[in-house]
Design a binder for this molecule. Structure first.
Ligand SMILES: C[S@@+](CC[C@H](N)C(=O)[O-])C[C@H]1O[C@@H](n2cnc3c(N)ncnc32)[C@H](O)[C@@H]1O
Length: 322
């Protein structure tokens, strides 16, 4: 390896990116490092000065709660650079003017969010969570619901990205839970801030990367092969309702209510403590009493919320609203 490439790799690795996280898989680290590599300071294209970086950083934080620290300037430069190209603009200042104008902001903000977010996900990402859901949490919730007039279970995959988590839940419900509880209605909602990932989710077509962790049983039962693609059955696709929800936007969050279980995994990591507190408080309100919240393997509510009871399951934890 030549020294220039080594320096770039080291720089990419040291950017305090999630790729530094020891709990991420090799695939995730390679993805994050590659993405960071593409945005190292020597990358071609316009440069972002410190003042402009601060303006973008504040705008992104105010709009979606994602916190970019000073050492992420090159990451932001590379990602937002793509939006400059799309608009044929020469400088970041011109793009900032465009996105600050109220006339253009509504149309352009979703593309800015897409440029700056990480959409990494796959089926059965954290198996112990799904085991706890199937074997303990759902039976417990159903038990209390048996005596209630509404025979309905509602699960929400918040920050769903391209749908793998929500469809994993739908497969478990159809295969393992529904047969035990005839007469019950099951609703799965999935939401994200990015319109592009939601569009991909609705198609239900995936590459090998997404299904690599999936037990062969589910792959054979609910997917068909089309060349190098894996096409999800319409039976599962029709079980999930996809919505656009910005977790950092309280008025929208207030419309998301009466959930029994919420998965909000691998997104809190991008927020600062204040934004996490706001998002988690809203998720708490979205849950029914006795409902559960799952967050990512490497995430924690320490210093974020004391409202939940921490519940331990084999190799995983969940937060219960009592
Ligand atoms: C790394 S993916 C996580 C996907 C899935 N939950 C999982 O764990 O596999 C993070 C997702 O969060 C979304 N996201 C980031 N900020 C958001 C916000 N403020 N509101 C809603 N979604 C957001 C991104 O668009 C991205 O799709």
């Amino acid at each position: 390896m030549n020294s220039e490439l080594f320096d770039k790799l080291r720089f990419a690795y040291n950017q305090n990116d999630p790729s530094n996280n020891p709990n991420l898989s090799l695939y995730e680290k390679v993805g994050a490092v590659t993405s960071a590599l593409l945005t190292t300071p020597d990358s071609q294209g316009p440069k972002m000065d410190d003042a402009t970086f601060k303006k973008f950083r504040d705008l992104i934080y105010q709009q979606c709660g994602i916190a970019f620290t000073e050492n992420k300037k090159y990451l932001l430069e590379g990602r937002i650079g793509k939006r400059l190209e799309a608009h044929g603009l020469a400088t970041f200042d011109e793009y900032y003017k465009l996105i600050s104008s109220s006339a253009q902001q509504r149309d352009e903000l979703p593309s800015l969010f897409e440029a700056v977010t990480i959409n990494e996900t796959y089926f059965f990402r954290n198996p112990p969570q799904f085991e706890a859901l199937e074997q303990v949490i759902i039976p417990e919730i159903m038990n209390t619901k048996q005596s209630q007039p509404t025979k309905k279970l509602r699960i929400w995959s918040a920050a769903s990205s391209s749908g793998e988590e929500a469809y994993t839940i739908a497969m478990l419900l159809l295969d393992k839970i529904k047969p035990q509880f005839p007469g019950f209605q099951f609703e799965v909602f999935a939401s994200d801030i990015s319109a592009a990932v939601l569009e991909k989710a609705r198609t239900g077509v995936y590459k090998e990367y997404s299904v690599r962790n999936m037990p062969a049983y589910y792959l054979n039962k609910y997917f068909t092969r089309d060349g190098d693609k894996f096409v999800l059955s319409s039976e599962i696709r029709n079980m999930v309702k996809f919505l656009s929800v910005n977790l950092y936007e309280t008025p929208t969050m207030r419309t998301m209510t009466n959930f029994d279980v919420i998965f909000c995994c691998n997104v809190l990591i991008y927020f600062d403590t204040l934004a996490k507190q706001q998002v988690v408080a809203n998720l708490y309100d979205s849950l029914n009493k006795n409902g559960y919240l799952f967050i990512g393997y490497s995430e924690s509510l320490h210093g974020v919320s004391k409202a939940f009871k921490l519940v331990h399951f084999p190799k995983t934890i969940a937060y219960k609203k009592e």
